[in-house]
Design a protein around this ligand. Structure first.
Ligand code: ADP
Ligand code: MG
Length: 381
């Protein structure tokens, strides 16, 4: 049944509308967004779809087709960070309502039913898809007139302050602002962005997502540690953020850092910002295939300098490149989750088979592999 049909069965009337917001995969620019740096995600064809109607009695009803437990009922006026959703999935959409109300928008309640095809916990941002679809639906229904970047920032605030996850703004911006056939070049310092043509099919290319289906516990504290290390690096160099360090000065600034780990983190962030700029130049020149080696370089930096990779992600990159891929890297926070592989279309199947074979040989569970087609951002259906 359609999401609208399920809504009607659940709440007894047709929804006022249906909205969709995609998950994303990040092409290049990792661990740069909390350093005011550059990122370049693209939206996936996988979306969170929400059927929504307004209520005027202060009640928020939330339901997901993808989780057990029935309808969650909340009082919008009583929503509180880390309490209103009780740490459950409902905290993501409830957090958006909270953030909108905190920003002074009169959200008087809603009925929400959603279903998502974005794999959860695979580093493809199922959480941002949930937040952005909720934010866009409420923006339209309550006539708030907020821009896409404004909705993304509110969605990020919901995740940071209400759910309690310290993510950057890349995921929400990608889900809210991406367009089909393009990657989104985002400058996280001021949220300015540009749609960069990334028509893989026209170039005879494929971008594969390899979901390793593992999540290592190490990841939880590592993000905070890397973030603190980057901030320490910026302080030591007398800049507000590592974004202010030009790539041309990288070797000069590295010798000024005494802490070995901070040196590595700074090298990663400054060089990954530069890799984003190189990627844009290549795509603007119509040479998408040449992005491959930049991805592999980025992986080495994440593995050796930032140290956020894991054996499964390293194996994807190694096996894909050995089988003739143009390049590959882990994407997202690391310690599991997904990798991306850029490959000529005619080699996609054999490269995917080689990765599967390598995983079986290493005794790892089978990965999930699918093509990332640069897709549209959030929209009303
Ligand atoms: P990622 O964003 O990488 O997929 P997160 O841990 O940030 O991983 O977000 C996953 C969480 O988002 C899930 O644990 C769940 O709480 C929520 N979520 C995602 N998709 C759905 C869905 N379809 N229905 C309910 N909750 C969902
Ligand atoms: Mg997430």
């Amino acid at each position: 049944m359609s999401v609208a049909g399920e809504f009607e069965e659940l709440y007894g009337a047709a929804p006022e509308g249906v909205w969709a917001a995609p998950g994303r995969v990040n092409l290049i620019g990792e661990y740069t967004d909390f350093n005011d740096g550059f990122v370049m995600p693209l939206a996936l064809p996988h979306t969170a779809v929400a059927a929504v109607s307004r209520r005027d009695d202060g009640e928020l009803r939330l339901h997901s087709a993808d989780v057990e437990g029935g309808v969650v009922r909340l009082d919008v006026a009583a929503l509180e960070p880390l309490a209103g959703g009780g740490g459950s999935w409902a905290a993501y959409p409830a957090g958006v309502v909270w953030a909108l109300r905190e920003a002074g928008h009169a959200i008087t309640g809603a009925d929400v039913h959603l279903a998502s095809t974005v794999p959860t916990g695979a580093g493809l941002s199922s959480s941002a898809a949930l937040e952005v679809v909720t934010a866009l639906a409420l923006n339209d229904l309550f006539g708030l007139g907020l821009s896409r970047p404004e909705l993304a920032v509110l969605a990020q605030r919901a995740e940071n302050a209400f759910v309690g996850v310290p993510c950057g703004v890349m995921d929400q911006m990608a889900s809210a602002c991406a367009i089909e056939g393009h990657a989104l070049f985002l400058d996280t310092r001021d949220l300015s962005y540009r749609q960069v043509p990334f028509d893989l099919a026209a170039r005879g290319l494929r971008l594969l997502v390899v979901d390793t289906r593992v999540k290592h516990a190490l990841g939880d504290g590592a993000y905070a540690e890397r973030r603190a290390g980057c901030e320490a690096g910026a302080r030591a160099l007398g800049v507000r953020t590592l974004r202010e360090v030009p790539y041309a000065q990288l070797s000069d600034v590295l010798v000024r850092l005494s802490e070995e780990s901070v040196r590595r983190y700074v090298r990663h962030v400054v060089s990954d910002n530069h890799r984003v700029e190189r990627t844009i130049a290549l795509l603007d020149a119509g040479d998408a295939a040449a992005v491959g080696p930049v991805l592999t370089e980025g992986h080495a930096s994440l593995r050796d300098d930032l140290r956020v990779s894991c054996p499964e992600l390293d194996l994807v990159v190694e096996a894909a490149n050995a089988a003739g891929a143009l390049g590959a890297r882990m994407t997202g926070g690391g310690f599991g989750g997904s990798a991306i592989v850029l490959v000529a279309a005619e080699r996609a199947a054999s490269v995917a088979a080689a990765v599967e074979k390598a995983f079986a040989g290493a005794g790892f569970a089978g990965p999930k592999i699918f093509p990332a087609v640069p897709s549209a951002g959030a929209r009303r259906e």
